[in-house]
Ligand binder design. Sequence first.
Ligand SMILES: [Zn+2]
Length: 253
Amino acid sequence: MDPTGIARRIVTFAGVASLLLAGAASAAPASTDEPALARLVRDALAGAAPGTVTVDEVFRRIRLALRDRSVLTRLPPNEQAVAVDTRGHIAAATEGTRTTVNVDLAAGRDSVVLIHNHPGGRGLSPADIAQLTDPSVLGVIAVGHDRSVYAASLGRGFEGVSYPTFMRFVSAAGADTRRRISGELSLAGEVYESHLEHMVSSALGQAGMIRYQSVLGDLRRKSFDLFGNVFDRIIEDVAREMKADLKRARARH
Ligand SMILES: [Zn+2]
């Protein structure tokens, strides 16, 4: 039983729960022990008019903030997560490990945009995308330490689809992408492995399941472009297959 009487739930970005610090809703000025990502987000959102803090706006402002390369040195070695409400207030800020982080959100609070960092710079994981099935989550953004930024929210194609079905599509898209890549390219796994999440999100975006925006860091973009034609075609094929499956899933209802 929560002594505060507020029902709390843990949003898990990946794997094991490792909540070290849960911030309270606050518009208070930054304290010196504020997690680095929270500070970065707070700075990026400075001057945003209340009510305008949407997924698009946070994505745009973080992209702008990352133009200053010194910002990268401020990113923490481990994952951290920040929840921002539409007024731009930091609703929660937490510390995780190198590969996982959780946000502790009080149930029934305002809608939030979830932002976390990816030290490896890879795209949104299935666990990240799963956060979109929480009605209070407006969108999920990952900030790569290679200056990649990825943002997803639910898309129009999601309408009429249950959350479990949505997650089935997400995992099927991952398997399909992997299968098509290994069928097309006789590459060592690591060459495409680091692009997998971005490709899956792109396919989900093309199929309308999510709204997906991304900008790849310079090196990641170069690496992607080496096989860009093949990757783009695979993304289109996965998206087309997903749309057809979606049609069939809807026809069954
Ligand atoms: Zn993540």
